[in-house]
Design a protein around this ligand. Structure first.
Ligand SMILES: NC(=O)c1ccc[n+]([C@@H]2O[C@H](COP(=O)([O-])OP(=O)(O)OC[C@H]3O[C@@H](n4cnc5c(N)ncnc54)[C@H](OP(=O)(O)O)[C@@H]3O)[C@@H](O)[C@H]2O)c1
Length: 247
């Protein structure tokens, strides 16, 4: 990240059930402070009135319900927008009349984005070969949002979102998956098993903590900033933007 202000749109608080909410927002703020990266938070320390055209890049971490307001503010100020919340659909949730680049980044971890770049072809071939695929995930017990990464992977293999197996149980995470105690508050563990024609292929990937997401966000912003006159208006998928031309 060079010189632009990072505008973080996300609420921080404790919900009615006493759960801490907005941990991604907290993490990104904490990492910006550690790294001396200029930032402000909407729904907190700043209002849109403080932010002017061309001097900022926006990352959205709120709910789908509030997304349209953020898109409108970004459009008015010609600010590029990275949507890091999960469950946002390019077709249903983003207007067609964009005058800014909108980047969908539901999983910012770099290696996982790289996997997203190659898995669709494997999934298509597995379907062609009539193979079976099972996708399951385990996250911190406090996760309430949809398992977007696992659902997307299931889709690559032709499976519906509801086919994904999910575990939200700290004891199972500790005892069966050996998630370190220190990471029980923030982890993601994904399993893909594809079988057919006498072969079984398993893929497992795991993130511990949230620092992988911040590293990916910085990498993505650097990529966006390499476009001298900015990215053209439109919808981009982070994995394609970063790795689509690779290899
Ligand atoms: N891109 C990535 O790599 C990545 C990684 C991890 C998580 N995520 C996604 O990023 C988003 C934010 O993650 P998170 O772990 O921070 O989610 P979270 O704990 O669920 O917190 C943010 C959400 O909580 C809601 N909320 C309800 N009551 C609240 C309260 N009292 N205070 C604050 N917020 C409250 C917010 O709603 P409002 O927006 O309506 O205010 C917001 O949608 C989620 O969609 C998650 O799936 C993305």
């Amino acid at each position: 990240m060079k010189s632009k202000l990072l505008v973080i749109v996300g609420r921080i608080g404790v919900d009615d059930a006493g759960r801490k909410r907005g941990e991604m927002t907290r993490t990104i703020i904490g990492e910006c402070e550690k790294g001396g990266i200029p930032y402000c938070r909407i729904d907190g320390s700043a209002s849109w009135d403080d932010i002017t055209e061309g001097d900022a890049i926006v990352v959205y971490l709120g709910s789908k319900a509030k997304l349209s307001g953020t898109i409108e503010q970004c459009q008015n100020r010609r600010l590029p927008l990275i949507i890091a919340s999960s469950g946002v659909s390019a077709e249903k949730d983003i207007p067609k009349d964009l005058v800014i680049p909108v980047i969908l980044a539901p999983n910012l971890a770099l290696l996982i984005m790289a996997l997203f770049d190659i898995l669709p072809r494997f999934g298509a071939l597995a379907q062609l070969l009539n193979c079976e695929a099972d996708v399951a995930e385990c996250h911190q017990a406090t996760k309430t949002s949809l398992p977007g990464t696992a659902q997307k992977i299931a889709g690559f293999f032709g499976n519906p979102p509801e086919s994904v197996g999910s575990v939200r149980d700290n004891a199972a995470a500790r005892a069966m998956l050996r998630i370190p105690k220190a990471d029980l508050e923030a982890f993601g563990d994904h399993y893909i098993v594809v079988s057919g024609h006498g072969v079984e292929i398993s893929i497992n990937f795991r993130t511990l903590g949230r620092s992988a997401y911040f590293a990916g966000l910085m990498f993505l912003i650097d990529e966006v900033e390499t476009f001298q006159n900015g990215l053209d208006p439109g919808i981009y998928h982070a994995d394609t933007l970063l790795f689509g031309q690779a290899g």
